[in-house]
Ligand binder design. Sequence first.
Ligand code: CP
Ligand code: NVA
Length: 300
Amino acid sequence: MNSLLSISDLSADQIKQLVDKAIALKAEIKNKGGHDKLPLKNKSMAMIFDKSSLRTRLSFEIGMTQLGGHAVYLAPDDIKLGKRETVHDTAKVISSMADIIIARVTSHEDVSDLARYSTVPVINAMTDVEHPCQVLADLMTIYEKFGTLTGLKLAYLGDADANVIYSIALAAEILNLELAIAAPKGYEMAPAARKQAPSVKHYNDPAKAVKGAHVVITDTWVSMGKEAESQERLKKLMPFQVTTDLMAKADPKAIFLHCLPAYRGKEMTTEVIDGPQSAAFEEAENRLHMQKAVVLELLT
Ligand code: CP
Ligand code: NVA
């Protein structure tokens, strides 16, 4: 593992090892309040963001501190990736000083270019087509709840033409997990993504997708950059809202996941995200533990 640009950079075994490592790191923090060893002493992370973030920034930055390293946040206006100077020059300069780069950029090509020209590892912190760190944290949460990553059915409702569900679909393919997606016309998974995840089942009826599911997942209906389409999206996607009635059609032990930020009354009801089946906030916390596992894998 040299960089993490796509969840498909990982094998099933590597994913399982990362989940085990993240669970062990989480236990150290919970039981002892910190780590005995600081393996990232003298290591620095450059964090490039051209979009907003709460969880991703916080988890990488705190994760570096907890492991003895340091992270530098570069805001959209600080470096203007690809505009103020070439991605090539940016990658060369950053990798002459930092030990690892994380990047949240709109275009997946920009993150691939950063990795191509950088001499240090690059982690995709979300592009228009993937959010691998999110999905690793989701898998960790699923493992914590069910004790396994096999024999489970995942169901995803809502905007299926978006980064998080693309990474979930690739992960389902790698781990041989059943995945059913329900999305309205116009918001279905793009043909290129379907080709990469041929086992995924696609429905227009949310009840069919969630039937017997162990994990019910959704994402915001208005991804960053799509704000101008808000009204139309809300109208078309409303029948795909995750409700308690819909959760009742899933497995009785089903959990609800959402990468956050969440919009109550839109992609899910308040009862669902704040209810007993919701693991959305543990999922958010797991970003910290999982990304520490990823950074350690890349740097030590
Ligand atoms: N889920 C997630 O990536 O959250 P942020 O956009 O707040 O980083
Ligand atoms: N699909 C969402 C995920 C946010 C973490 C977005 O791209 O805005």
